[in-house]
Design a binder for this molecule. Structure first.
Ligand code: ACM
Ligand code: ZN
Length: 751
């Protein structure tokens, strides 16, 4: 009683100032005192409860590694003085992980709801340690109580597209632990490589773990590096990883893909495919027609044998069996698959996929485990006990939860860490644009779910597909700092989520990344640039902003205060300078290239898609800046799905000109096609139009894939109209066949 009273008195006199506490994910409650507690070589780690030695050792290892000190670890002592006490507290939370962390002038006290909670308390303690002074381990007095919001807090890694050794897998597990996540989804089999030793099928790793080359650059690639790539994890290494993760209260969920994404397995055992092969471990990315034959009993005995060994290695309740992106092409013409459809009265090949998943589920269930599959497993009927991982947006998760199936949310727009996180990305990524702020904004409970159905959402996960991550530096760069944002989405109370508060802690987190020598994205410091029209259409206004409050934008060596008026072709250099360190945090070199249309008034007959609206709408077509040839993610592109671009430019006076060109983008794998034709019209009044020129591809092929130019005899007009006709429906056999093609247009140049 006296102790409690004293504690209240002490804390009542404290200033509540959460600014100095930079824990990520944000704890449920933080009260800061005004005293300090120094850790010195006499400080003991006290195990006041049983089962806490593992966590005591991890803390000591951290102190040794980063501060060069090792503390004595003792069982309980009567007096808790100059001590870091690890203990159990009774805390009410529906699942494991809650803890209290109190630092007063005598001790650091961590009380967890169980071992997991104590471990998370230690993670928070680690985040309170100074990042800039190796000798002086002084901690603020603080009173934290904390508990996780979701039971499932996951991070995935695709080791199929690129292989990462177990040293990195351990590091990756440390990242998961640092942010109080509890699940590592280990993607172990792919078209491009089989990564897990299976004793009964040695060719899976002798053959399936290796490919003879990899495409260079973005799919479909500029050639092949002709370099052997591969590797696999032995069963001993896998046991080591499972133990390493368990010591950090992390469950490893293995993923064995079926029935698609399995070409490495087919290359090893061709009799498992519909055609019998031969097959090769793939050297390029995408989705492949050759999949396991669903009509062949051998496929099932193989998969069950593999799963037997997998379940022996991984104690997780859930086994992920993939299920995504399985083309039905081979099944449609395979006699065995067709026989299976007939024998089982299945409606079609989608029902055959469902047959495969349900049969495998029955097997996995018979071993006391449960399956998770990507949301395609909903098609053709969900297996009775399956959990669904919703990746193609939220709908799969919504549908599954309404059917009372447990759900893990991983919708691409927020949770795919293979997307770019900056508009200025200079390495190749798969596409998309998912900033740290976007990740932070994610709410795992879809708004469409009732409170009852929402209970089926166990949590969420970030996915790291590694087509364009061939080394560990790139993986780190892609996950940090977005993982920090995701951890708060998964851990912190909804009412405690606040981007502005997170931003402050994020700046400290960058120091932590430097301290831990991690590679990370500095996209947060990107200068946000917009190019706006002027009032008189006599140039463009270059407008700059930064989220970073302790920095200044410098434009051509002068401090930026107002939008810069640009009236002719020029190059503008912009930098964000840190006010304290004077370091350059980010920079942009922007070329403006003027022609007769630049800065002029422009209107569009059909608006672009809201997914590709351009930088400042239609004006982006005449802002003097070209998207360039870097990729589809430039904000300069305007995109139309199935529709034409029809733009009218008003010169404000009669102009003479002899050519028009438009910049275009082609990336058919992403459904982006060049136009079917381009037409130019002129008008004196913007009402009556005369045809000037029309361009068509020669034999269906445009000579220049980046720009279409039309030249003609001198024309005089006040208005010009440019129509780029959409390609139309995508042909059979192409990615997205039957869907509308995208048309991507940027700068319209008139000379
Ligand atoms: C996936 O991203 N194909 C699950
Ligand atoms: Zn077949």
């Amino acid at each position: 009683m006296r102790k409690t009273l004293l504690a209240i008195l002490v804390f009542a006199s404290l200033i509540v100032n959460a600014q100095d506490i930079n824990i990520i994910p944000r704890p449920a409650s933080v009260q800061i005192g005004n005293g300090k507690f120094p850790i010195n070589s006499f400080t003991k780690i006290v195990e006041a409860g049983s089962g806490l030695h593992n966590t005591a050792l991890l803390l000591n290892n951290y102190l040794k590694k980063f501060y060069g000190i090792q503390l004595p670890i003792v069982k309980s002592t009567g007096v808790w003085q100059n001590a870091i006490v690890l203990n159990y507290d009774r805390i009410d939370n529906p699942f494991a992980g809650a803890y209290n962390l109190t630092i007063d002038k005598e001790k650091i006290y961590i009380g967890g709801d169980n071992e997991t909670g104590v471990f998370y308390g230690v993670q928070s303690l680690i985040q309170l340690l100074p990042l800039d002074n190796k000798k002086n381990l002084v901690l603020p007095q603080v009173n934290i109580s904390d508990a996780p919001r979701f039971a499932y807090r996951g991070l995935h890694l695709d080791c199929g597209r690129h292989f990462f050794d177990i040293a990195f897998i351990k590091k990756y597990i440390d990242f998961i632990a640092m942010y109080k996540l509890n699940t590592f989804h280990w993607h172990l089999t792919e078209d491009q490589g089989w990564r897990i030793e299976i004793k009964k099928y040695p060719k899976l790793t002798e053959v399936g773990a290796w490919r003879d080359g990899t495409i260079i650059g973005r799919y479909p690639g500029k050639g092949n590096d002709s370099t052997k790539h591969g590797g696999y994890y032995t069963q001993e290494q896998i046991k080591e990883i499972v133990k390493y993760a368990a010591d950090r209260y992390i469950t490893v969920i293995p993923e064995i893909e079926m029935p698609g994404h399995s070409m490495a397995a087919l290359a090893s055992y061709p009799e498992l495919g519909c055609t019998g092969g031969p097959y090769a471990v793939q050297q390029t990315w995408g989705v492949f027609d050759d999949v396991y034959c669903a009509g062949n009993e051998k496929t099932f005995s193989f998969l069950q044998d593999v799963l037997d060994e997998v379940m022996d290695l991984f104690p997780s309740k859930y086994i992920h069996i993939g299920g995504d992106e399985c083309p039905k092409t081979r099944w449609k013409t395979c006699p065995k698959c067709q026989q299976r459809i007939k024998d089982n009265n299945l409606k079609d090949e989608h029902a055959l996929q469902s047959y495969v998943i349900q049969r495998i589920e029955k097997y996995v269930n018979s071993k006391g485990r449960q399956i998770i599959g990507w949301d395609e497993i909903l098609e053709g009927g969900l297996a009775p006990n399956a959990s669904v991982m919703s990746w193609r947006g939220e709908q799969g998760g919504i549908d599954a939860a309404k059917q009372k199936h447990t759900v893990i949310m991983t919708p691409g727009d927020w949770c795919y860490f293979d997307h770019s996180q900056t508009k200025n990305e200079d390495s190749v990524t798969i596409g998309g644009y998912t900033t740290v702020e976007k990740v932070y904004s994610y709410e795992p409970i879809p708004a469409a779910l009732s409170a009852d159905d929402a209970q089926y959402v166990l949590g969420a996960q970030a996915n790291v597909w590694t087509e364009y991550m061939s080394n560990t530096n790139k993986v780190e760069y892609m996950i940090f700092p977005r993982l920090a944002a995701m951890s708060e989405v998964l851990w912190s109370n909804k009412q405690n989520r606040d981007w502005t508060d997170f931003e402050k802690r994020l700046l400290n987190e960058f120091k932590r990344y430097d301290w831990l020598k991690l590679n990370y994205s500095k996209a947060y410091f990107d200068i946000q640039a917009s190019i706006l029209p002027t009032e008189n259409n006599d140039g463009v206004l270059y407008t700059l902003a930064t989220k970073y409050k302790n920095g200044n934008i410098i434009v051509n060596d002068k401090t930026y205060s107002n939008p810069v008026l640009i009236k002719a072709s020029s190059t503008i250099n912009t930098q964000l300078i840190d006010n304290s360190s004077r370091k350059i945090l980010s920079s942009i070199t922007q070329n403006f290239s003027f022609n007769k249309a630049t800065g002029k008034k422009i209107t569009l007959v059909t608006n672009p898609s809201s997914s590709y609206p351009g930088n400042v709408g239609a004006f982006g077509l005449v802002n003097g800046v070209s998207a360039g040839t870097k990729g589809m993610n430039s904000a300069e592109w305007l995109g139309w799905s199935g529709k034409d671009m029809e733009a009218i430019i008003d010169f404000g006076k009669t102009e003479n000109f002899t050519s028009v060109s438009i910049s275009v983008w082609k990336q058919e794998a992403s459904w982006i096609y060049l136009p079917s034709s381009v037409e130019i019209f002129i008008s004196a009044d913007g009402k009556d139009w005369n045809t000037v020129a029309k361009a068509l591809p020669e034999n269906g092929i445009w000579k220049d894939e980046h720009s279409i130019s039309l030249n003609f005899s001198v024309q005089s007009a006040k208005y010009i109209k440019v129509i780029a006709h959409n390609y139309g429906k995508i042909a059979d056999g192409k990615a997205g066949s039957g869907n509308n093609a995208w048309l991507f247009v940027d700068e319209i140049k008139v000379n």
